[in-house]
Design a protein around this ligand. Structure first.
Ligand code: SF4
Length: 379
């Protein structure tokens, strides 16, 4: 009789390779791992008894060593404006995380969280204001995608790791989750449709480059990077992103060039528009030079109000009167400066896009995620 493990583990945390080693250790043939992985990740089987094509004794063995645990939905909001959906999930620890489903032309993008809270502390970000709570396990990252698919019946065209948390500060679990969702025996999302966003850490971008190019990590070799730039001036950027003091732009630029030279994967620069602060002539000149360094897009993002007090010089953007309504109308007064900035960059042949403010009315837009509840009081 198979011994029951006293420390059962969530099988959703296992990559296919890890599961193969697991079944071999349990005295089972390696190919069984693929059957199990496929049932769980491709066909959403949530109970070992429901796995077809494997012997009954293996089901019992799996039961003795593993469990299957998906996230529990605790709330769902939908924007009446643009149909963006925001999902609130509760972790076993009681912490809450948010996941967003965004519709943009033919794209259906799921934006996943990688941590509950975040200790980077970006000045413009509600998640940064609540501080770090907990790293998500790989299973909790992938489960956000599975649950969104289960609940809505919508299969995503794109996945972005841009929700709550800094993916590079939960590195191992993020890599594991990427390996699981790109595996063809699972939901098989092509890696070229996945973007991981970071504020940039020295050496980690280089490590990431090496890791996605490893022979055994073939399925994630086309993952794209989004770099939270927001200013090309180190001084102002340090006010926005505290960790940038230790990670100056010259070092990060070197690592982004390295990433491109090795992978040929395009980089996106995220740039929140702060009128009068990062839209000057020098900013345009530096962005133009930067855009020539490696093939890239620059995404211009309108600032979205958050329910926390901000340090100067940002607080003025957080007031009700200053709320911008980015509605695609170039002539509307509130949009004028932003569109002029974009036009100026375009005239310099910079590839620049205006990122839509999807879900701003339900606090689901960029920078607004904080599981917007009274349980998340700024520390
Ligand atoms: S923007 Fe990202 S890295 Fe910065 S505080 Fe928010 S979640 Fe963390």
């Amino acid at each position: 009789m198979e011994k029951i493990s006293s420390m059962k583990v969530n099988i959703l945390n296992k990559t296919l390779t890890e599961l193969e080693n697991g079944v071999l250790n349990l005295g089972q043939p390696k190919y069984r791992a693929e059957q199990v992985f496929k049932s769980i990740h491709k066909y959403s089987v949530s109970d070992f008894k429901g796995i077809k094509g494997i012997p009954e004794n293996l089901k019992q063995i799996l039961e003795n060593h593993y469990y299957i645990d998906n996230l529990k939905l605790s709330d769902l909001k939908e924007s009446p404006n643009d149909k963006t959906k925001k999902f609130l999930f509760e972790l076993p620890s009681g912490n809450k995380i948010e996941t967003v489903l965004i519709f943009e032309k033919e794209r259906k993008t799921i934006c996943v969280s990688t941590q509950a809270g975040c200790n980077v502390g970006c000045e413009f970000c509600a998640t940064g204001k609540i501080g770090f709570r907990i790293n998500l396990e790989a299973s909790q990252i992938i489960s956000q995608i599975y649950e969104v698919i289960n609940i809505t019946g919508i299969f995503p065209t794109n996945i972005v790791y841009m929700g709550m948390g800094e993916p590079f500060l939960n590195y191992e679990n993020v890599i594991k989750s990427l390996l699981i969702i790109t595996n063809k025996n699972g939901i098989g999302i092509p890696s070229g449709r996945i973007t991981v966003s970071t504020v940039g850490f020295k050496d980690k971008l280089r490590k990431f480059t090496g890791d996605i190019l490893k022979k055994e990590n073939q399925s994630i070799k086309n993952i794209k990077l989004a770099f939270s730039l927001h200013s090309t001036d180190n001084g102002f950027r340090e006010k926005l992103i505290p960790t940038s003091k230790k990670n100056p732009l010259k070092d990060i630029y070197k690592e982004l060039s390295y990433f491109y030279s090795k992978t040929k994967n395009k980089v996106t620069y995220e740039y929140i528009f702060f009128e009068g602060l990062n839209d000057k002539k020098e900013d345009i000149n530096r962005l133009t030079r930067l855009s020539k360094m490696i093939p890239c897009n620059i995404n211009i993002i309108p600032f979205h109000k958050i329910g926390f007090k901000l340090n100067e010089p940002l607080e003025k953007f957080n007031s009700k009167e200053s709320e911008k309504n980015i509605d695609g109308n170039k002539n509307s007064l509130s949009n004028k400066k932003l569109f002029e900035f974009i036009e100026e960059l375009k005239s310099q042949k910079v590839v620049v896009n205006l990122r839509a403010s999807s879900g701003v009315d339900i606090f689901a837009a960029c920078g607004q995620l904080a599981a917007g509840r009274t349980d998340n009081i700024a520390r």
